[in-house]
Ligand binder design. Sequence first.
Ligand code: ADP
Ligand code: S3P
Ligand code: MG
Length: 177
Amino acid sequence: MIQQKSSLTNKSIVLIGFMGVGKTTIGKELANLLQREFVDIDDEIEKKYQMPIPQIFKEQGETAFREKEKEVISSFCKKKLQVISVGGGAFLQEEVRNLCMSSSIVVFLELSWESWKERIHLLMDDRPVLQGKTMDEIEELYHKRKQIYASHHLKVETDGKDPEEIANYIVESLKQA
Ligand SMILES: Nc1ncnc2c1ncn2[C@@H]1O[C@H](COP(=O)(O)OP(=O)(O)O)[C@@H](O)[C@H]1O
Ligand SMILES: O=C(O)C1=C[C@@H](OP(=O)(O)O)[C@@H](O)[C@H](O)C1
Ligand SMILES: [Mg+2]
């Protein structure tokens, strides 16, 4: 279920993985369990720029969104002892990958394509990256994105598990490592 390369410290924990894998949901559970502050980078971007993510994509484009994303992640990564969920595209930027890997424990949440497909109806409305794409194109993106998630300290397979179970598993794994 898991590959371990690091342990629980006073560093922040950063959750990565494809859109819809459960970073935001599991991040909240994990923060509760560890009694840490929870930070969702997409929420922070929306607060800072007073605009929903789909609107940023529509009006300013993806490049502008990635710049904002990098800025916000940079400011939160400096802090310790938080649980941080970053967007599924954050690790496209090498600078973001390096920053998170050096400052925090990076946990990659993995979900198989078969399981992910069942969740797509929950995601289409507010994930601009998915909009206008065919299933084949989304599948291609899913596989391409795997490369950027290769940077991690810990990998957790989430198929068939509920968010609480996954959060508990992360805590136990990090404690034991
Ligand atoms: N382990 C899980 N099992 C079933 N549904 C889940 C699980 N984790 C998340 N979800 C659901 O999938 C959707 C996307 O979750 P979310 O946490 O927003 O993912 P992300 O932040 O990775 O995009 C939500 O509707 C959430 O309730
Ligand atoms: O993968 C992506 O490019 C994105 C993922 C989203 O976050 P989630 O991974 O939390 O859905 C959000 O940052 C934005 O819509 C772009
Ligand atoms: Mg999220």
